[in-house]
Design a binder for this molecule. Sequence first.
Ligand code: PMP
Length: 464
Amino acid sequence: MALTESVPAAAPPAHQGILRRQSLRESAARTYARSLPIVPVRARGLTIEGADGRRYLDCLSGAGTLALGHNHPVVLEAIRAVLDSGAPLHILDLATPVKDAFTTELFATLPRELAEKGRIQFCGPAGTDAVEAAFTLVRTATGREGLMAFSGAYHGMTAQALAASGGAQHTGVVRLPYPYDYRCPFGTGGERGAELAARWTQSLLDDHKSGVPGPAGMILEPVQGEGGVIPAPDSWLRRMRELTAARRIPLIVDEVQTGVGRTGAFWAIEHSGIVPDVLVLSKAIGGSLPLAVIVYREELDGWQPGAHAGTFRGNQLAMAAGRATLAYVRDNGLDRRAGELGARMLARLTSLAGAHDCIGDVRGRGLMLGVEIVDRDAAADAHGARPADPRLAAAVQHACLDRGLIVELGGRHSAVVRLLPPLTITDEQADAILDRLADAIAAAVRILPGPTGSSPTTMRGISP
Ligand code: PMP
């Protein structure tokens, strides 16, 4: 599809009607649909075509799911092959050739320790269900209850996964500081901030009066996604691995969003070289269809049959689409490509930050990029950080959509513009994304001038 978009003078009534019926019939809890009032009807690669005839560059990619973009030919072919073969589509957790091939392909991508001595549990089809499974697994294996998780984390919306996420309050989960360079809780940032965060964790574990009982496991994301695209330093990840290994605490790494090449390595753990005890995988492993698994060291495999069950653990189409995706990423070195292209995009975002006071920080790893929008009129703290400006970030997101670019907001205050393009994008498409983003930021600043709190002007859809 061409990158240029056609913008009809007025959106057709069918498009308007669908959106109107959605707002009348769907839940108040709906999310993306609020900030992205579009009606996708066709999609290919980076591009979505709406019912209004407009084309959009999709940098949300199904919340990081679409490693190969929309409707990649190898994914469609794999799905068609299963359909044409007459294989059952729904088969609980029984063995099938499709599942066998998926498992073989997945294991071929894993670090040797997990590939050779790992076990896989197929979970209910969402990432959050795999997180629940991981918790049940380590609780059973250790006989302990408590968990350690990190500020700003996101692990899903089921009870235990939510409890381990940053926005929740839960007594069974001890919250630890995650290294966040721009807003370092220790006021130092960099390697030093990460080191202090690691020391805090160590002191909680070793101080018998810390009030923190020995946990059943520690869960972390190598790059926090929903938390605002925050990559953890490799040295800090190694410290977490050492600390947990020395104390026989299972380390659960949640690669639901970072997996399958996204960060510039096939799995984000490869950057630091750590091998967790449990790896939580979903999103891209299903090649755009729902699939979630945990892979873990066999020593942990002491749970009983049915300890983690679920009807929908046998989605054959997802396994076929996932196998095709894993193979395509591996065979075409798309992980390396994501690393190289991501570094170039980050360099361009850095120069964009130099031109706009409202960009407090740009960061990311591979094709998981974030631009933190801040209040340009507020004073910086001692470390140079200024308060987040969610209103301006929403205006940027809106201005992006007006320019045919779909981006998501994340972070503590929904003030981080997130870019999660498919790993298959061309250099030209990457430039088009950044051109539109740069233009959108300039427009949002023009439309929403002055400090946060000044009255909104003509922009549609910005809630106070
Ligand atoms: N873990 C991480 C790191 C995620 O980013 C997400 C989803 N954004 C989840 C878990 C939950 O996945 P799901 O929405 O499929 O339940």
